[in-house]
Ligand binder design. Sequence first.
Ligand SMILES: NC(=O)c1ccc[n+]([C@@H]2O[C@H](COP(=O)([O-])OP(=O)(O)OC[C@H]3O[C@@H](n4cnc5c(N)ncnc54)[C@H](OP(=O)(O)O)[C@@H]3O)[C@@H](O)[C@H]2O)c1
Length: 238
Amino acid sequence: MDRLNGKVAVVIGATSGIGKATAALFAKEGAKVIFTGRREEVGKKVEKEIIAQGGQVEFFKCDATVEEECKALVDYVVEKYGRIDVLHNNAGILIDADFLGIDLVKNFDRTINTNLRSQISVMQLVLPVMLKQKSGSVINTASVGGIITMPNNIPYSVSKAAIIHMTRTLAKTYAKEGIRFNSVCPGLTYSEMVEPGNDFDKAVLPGVPMGRGAQPEEIANGVLFLASMNLHISLVKH
Ligand SMILES: NC(=O)c1ccc[n+]([C@@H]2O[C@H](COP(=O)([O-])OP(=O)(O)OC[C@H]3O[C@@H](n4cnc5c(N)ncnc54)[C@H](OP(=O)(O)O)[C@@H]3O)[C@@H](O)[C@H]2O)c1
């Protein structure tokens, strides 16, 4: 408890799965959480659930691929809360296709826009806020699919490999400014994207050493660790 006491955290893509679990955990740890997604009804339901658990949380409807909507989100948070301590960039989609079947617009462009480009545009809006504060932690959701090779799903794997490299580059670039960048690379995790027993699960599960998929809450714990390390760093400095 209290690992994010008083911190302001923005979670992009949190109406279900890993993002939802992270928003709930951040709130449980004392953060003021603003989370997003495109589905308003679902977002409002999640908001209610987290408030019922005692969290301070707000849903903000925002398509992460639409820059004006992301700008409206960041303006809203800064106006209302005055700062952003943690950003979890988590919006993602997976559209199955073998290489020859990749539709460049409906699959490749859409996947890159949602998984990668949205992270860039949101960070471009949030980073100036963090630079002014001289502190902040950004956690970008990548995937084990961005590290190891698996058959097919090239748009997805490429987007996630790019996130890993981009995040490392940003970590190096802004290290001296007090802003930390990390990516998390979940393995098979059960969510709306991957349901137990679906084709993706059947294809990937045999290669998972533990023999089971993760629950979103397990990934959220890793995200919390990376978000809350700000506190440790300030302790080290003193
Ligand atoms: N499940 C896995 O095995 C696994 C493994 C490695 C990495 N990941 C990554 O983990 C992240 C979360 O996935 P998940 O497994 O939790 O799946 P999920 O339950 O389908 O969650 C995806 C979230 O992304 C949001 N989203 C998608 N497009 C968006 C957009 N344009 N703007 C704003 N939000 C958007 C969705 O909200 P709305 O639909 O309301 O917009 C939803 O909240 C993704 O980046 C995924 O690639 C998942």
